[in-house]
Design a protein around this ligand. Sequence first.
Ligand code: 13P
Ligand code: SF4
Length: 341
Amino acid sequence: MNDYTSTNTIPESAKINLEKKGFLDIELDPSLDLFAEIERLKKEKKAVVLAHYYQEPDIQDVADYIGDSLGLAQQAEKTKADMIVFAGVHFMAETAKILNPSKKVVIPDLKAGCSLSDSCPPPLFKKFKEQHPDHVVVSYINCSAGIKALSDVICTSSNAKIIVESFPESQKIIFAPDKNLGAYINKVTGRNMLLWNGACMVHEIFSLEKITRLKVRHPNAKLIAHPECEDPILRIADYIGSTTGLLKFTQSDSASEYIVATETGILHQMMRASPGKTFIPAPPENNCACNDCPHMKLNTLEKIYLCMEYESPEILMDPELRSAAKIPIDRMLEISQKAGL
Ligand code: 13P
Ligand code: SF4
């Protein structure tokens, strides 16, 4: 047994740095087989690794479950594991903790946040809500526990339409925090929800001009887009759906080429599921890798190993906030289950 597997006591220097850095910065033996070590830790600690499609391929390969936000919440609710290792961003791990207060939920990097969640601070949203007392609040799961606690029901990109349609047409609704998803749901349901002005930094960066040029060069390629994209992109998309929706579409559809307007991590599963097909990441405005989510990509295999070994950083929550945030999540899970999702 080497130094790294013999103890799970966090070295003092790493403890001091944890708060500042958000992850355990402990030097690892480069010969360590991280894949084998993570498998060992899963068994030893009765841990389950849940990963979002936007995680890097190595992380997806060690995960016990890979999915979209709804699938991950559903897995988190039903897992029998003692420890949930959440390879995703903070609001996702927080949702897992809300659903499992007695389980230990660890995240590889506490600083893996979300620009969309950050665009909706609870004190500001509370004031906004107070200005519209006759509205119910539907919040996209990409928000903090503070926003969830102020919401009537949560939704994800795969159930947003069903959740909104669960209210009578006459019901006034505030939709937060994603204005693009909200506008798309307004369009497909004919509702007129009041939208919070938030957006995702990754899905707002796609260039209509470059995608149009790409479509000319690849006339048979279908454009598939996540509903967090802006309206001009969604207007020219052949299919719009959550990450799971996009993946399933590429498996069942007859085309052999796709331009994919969402975070690039999903391409790993698309290529694996349909090895004969071509997947082209939709180009962003600048010559940057802006279609890689900088928050999702903070997680690494090393950090996964370290957070499992030392069971830190852990998601800890105020019990009152947790209970208040659970009500609208439970409501979402119930409506989704009834709808067969
Ligand atoms: P889904 O997981 O619902 O597809 O949403 C994507 C996303 O942006 C997660 O942060
Ligand atoms: Fe948030 Fe966008 Fe990253 Fe998803 S892709 S975690 S919405 S910043």
